[in-house]
Ligand binder design. Structure first.
Ligand SMILES: [Zn+2]
Ligand SMILES: [Zn+2]
Length: 149
């Protein structure tokens, strides 16, 4: 299966462009958090990013990571996925995609599927809502957990 998160410098460059246009200053830490979230396929939590970057940025706190993620979120280049009481996961938004979530290990895997905008217009028609967004998740057991049995 093709992965929707392509990691290359184009994503980093265009994300930095978007931030600069929004008046956001690009500090080395901010760039590192951005780079990590672009290259990550695992939809990391702020804590996971903090732990991964801690060696390079010993003075960085988890609050700094959080603040950066929210700056990215405000600039619409990162989506926050909140799942009940567990801490939020963050996703770099290249284009719309959906998530398959493992019931055993909690892993989130991306997949593309076209055309659910139809659901939004139907929902709008039926309910009278002005629909802002939608979220589709499928649940099951991931490949690794299947192998473990
Ligand atoms: Zn799993
Ligand atoms: Zn995703």
């Amino acid at each position: 299966m093709e992965h929707t998160h392509v990691h290359n410098d184009n994503h980093l460059d265009s994300a930095i462009d978007i931030l600069k246009h929004a008046g956001v200053r690009i500090t080395p830490q901010r760039r590192a958090v951005l780079e990590f979230i672009i290259n990550s396929h695992s939809h990391p939590t702020a804590d996971e990013i903090y732990k991964a970057l801690g060696r390079d940025f010993p003075n960085m706190s988890v609050a700094t990571v959080y603040n950066n993620l929210h700056v990215f979120k405000d600039a619409n280049i990162v989506k926050e996925l909140s799942y009940g009481d567990s801490s939020s996961r963050f996703d770099f938004t290249t284009h719309d995609h959906y998530h398959a979530i493992c019931n055993k290990c909690g892993k989130i895997v991306d997949f593309s599927y076209p055309g659910l905008e139809e659901v939004e217009s139907l929902a709008s028609h039926v309910t009278g809502f002005e629909i802002a967004s939608h979220r589709l998740e499928v649940y099951g057991i991931c490949e690794e957990c299947k192998k473990k049995g």
